[in-house]
Ligand binder design. Sequence first.
Ligand SMILES: Cc1cc2nc3c(=O)[nH]c(=O)nc-3n(C[C@H](O)[C@H](O)[C@H](O)COP(=O)(O)O)c2cc1C
Length: 224
Amino acid sequence: MEFDFVELSEKDRYRLLCSFVGPRPIALVTTVDEHNGYNAAPMSFFNVFSHDPPLLIIGMQTRPDGTAKDTVANIKRTGEFVAHMVDMSIAQEMIVTSINFPSHFDEIEFAGLTSAPSIKVAAPRIKESPCAMECRVSQILDYGRRTIVIGEVVHMYVRDECLDEQGHYVRPDIYQPIARLHADNYIVSDRQFVLKKPAELLKYEVVGDYAGAHSAKNAGGEHS
Ligand SMILES: Cc1cc2nc3c(=O)[nH]c(=O)nc-3n(C[C@H](O)[C@H](O)[C@H](O)COP(=O)(O)O)c2cc1C
């Protein structure tokens, strides 16, 4: 099947893009409202796009009635947010925070999660998340109903057990984030495998890069 994206309805573009570009990681984003209340919502138009500078991107659209989601309004006002990774232990809580509650609701508390102070930003860290990235806004791009936030990571928390003792390599048997597939379908990263460049072809490589060697099990192939 072929799809002309210029002619396609917004709904169909959403359905196709979200069904095929996946799994998409989920950022559980916390922000602070104008009354210093806490807000949390999951966003799966999300990924990391650079490590130097360390940049995350989150894409958010307005609600169906055209009003800005709390997360967008809070980020635009404060210039700060915290992006948390989600694993199975907080999947249910994550879904609860996606409900479009009134603005003054503290979704963190309502979902049964615990907030803790962040180190460098006012938005709180969710204690139950294995990884939290404190961000300051680098740029905001508005495309009509869609706001794309580019955030610079200024501090990162990782639960101790997710890393080896030196804090270098992720433990893939412990850190297993979930991600969004199509519609209400999700996947957990509990079937990981190692894939290395064929050793006999490395002689053709002009310059090696950082791929590989990010987990204890995969260690050894630095700059492979
Ligand atoms: C797994 C998941 C991923 C989501 N990803 C996005 C997203 O990338 N962008 C977006 O605008 N809404 C996304 N949503 C919907 C928001 O979480 C939802 O609109 C939420 O009520 C917004 O809350 P807020 O008004 O407190 O910001 C997602 C929902 C779920 C369950």
